[in-house]
Design a protein around this ligand. Structure first.
Ligand code: HMH
Length: 222
């Protein structure tokens, strides 16, 4: 395929894993209304921990953009993402209150969550190239966007009380923001060395695997 970007090529190549992350049984159970509310609450508490760890990761991407980017508008896109995360943390607190999930008490991070947070931390290393980090950043956001947008599509039976959650990541504006991240990643990947591109591809696969594990954990699996 002549004009296809690197990312779309990868998504075709790794289709099964991508579908596994974006159409996970956890998401399918929201979409068909069979979700176990206990699983939803577990996801909510664990994701709050994850998003807090996501903040320094995004900060590290901003540092890399500032040092390495060939396009000054990258910084604004990433900074916009950081602002969204600021809202997200507030939203988690309100939503947790609504569901009777206590975030103020210590929520024990599950193993899969700890693994994912450790992986994020490894990407904060200054040795990790901007291209690799921005690819990971896009993938992390895109999985949530694709997953929750699916639960809002025509014919979905998402319970009304879960719609706000799906809107959070499934809305059109968040979709556009993900496209902007994808464009940045694609632009960088096109110019990258084979070695850097390979590292970015492996990192993308790791993100997708961690996302699958995160959904598994939320369902109560191991
Ligand atoms: C586990 N992946 C996970 N949590 C999130 N909130 C996102 C991605 C998107 O921000």
């Amino acid at each position: 395929v002549e004009d296809e970007g690197v990312i779309d090529t990868w998504l075709r190549k790794h289709r099964l894993l991508y579908v596994g992350a974006t159409r996970h049984p956890f998401i399918l159970s929201i979409d068909d209304g069979t979700i176990d509310i206990f699983a939803f609450k577990r996801w909510l508490g664990q994701d709050y921990i994850f998003v807090r760890a996501f903040v320094p990761f995004v900060a590290s991407v901003i540092v890399k953009a500032w040092k390495e980017s060939d396009d000054s508008s990258d910084m604004e896109v990433i900074l916009g993402g950081m602002a969204a995360i600021n809202d997200e943390l507030e939203w988690f607190k309100k939503e947790a209150f609504k569901w009777g999930v206590k975030l103020s008490e210590i929520i024990v991070p599950q193993e899969q969550n700890k693994d994912y947070c450790r992986f994020l931390e490894s990407l904060m290393n200054p040795d990790v190239e901007y291209t690799v980090a921005i690819t990971a950043f896009w993938a992390i956001e895109a999985v949530y966007q694709e997953s929750f947008a699916f639960c809002l599509a025509a014919g979905s039976r998402t319970p009304p009380e879960l719609k706000v959650t799906c809107q959070r990541w499934g809305n059109e504006e968040f979709g556009k923001y993900c496209s902007s991240l994808k464009n940045i990643a694609d632009r960088r990947l096109k110019k990258a060395s084979d070695d850097e591109r390979k590292k970015a591809e492996v990192t993308l696969l790791s993100v997708l695997e961690h996302e699958v594990e995160f959904w598994n954990m939320s369902r109560g699996g191991t």
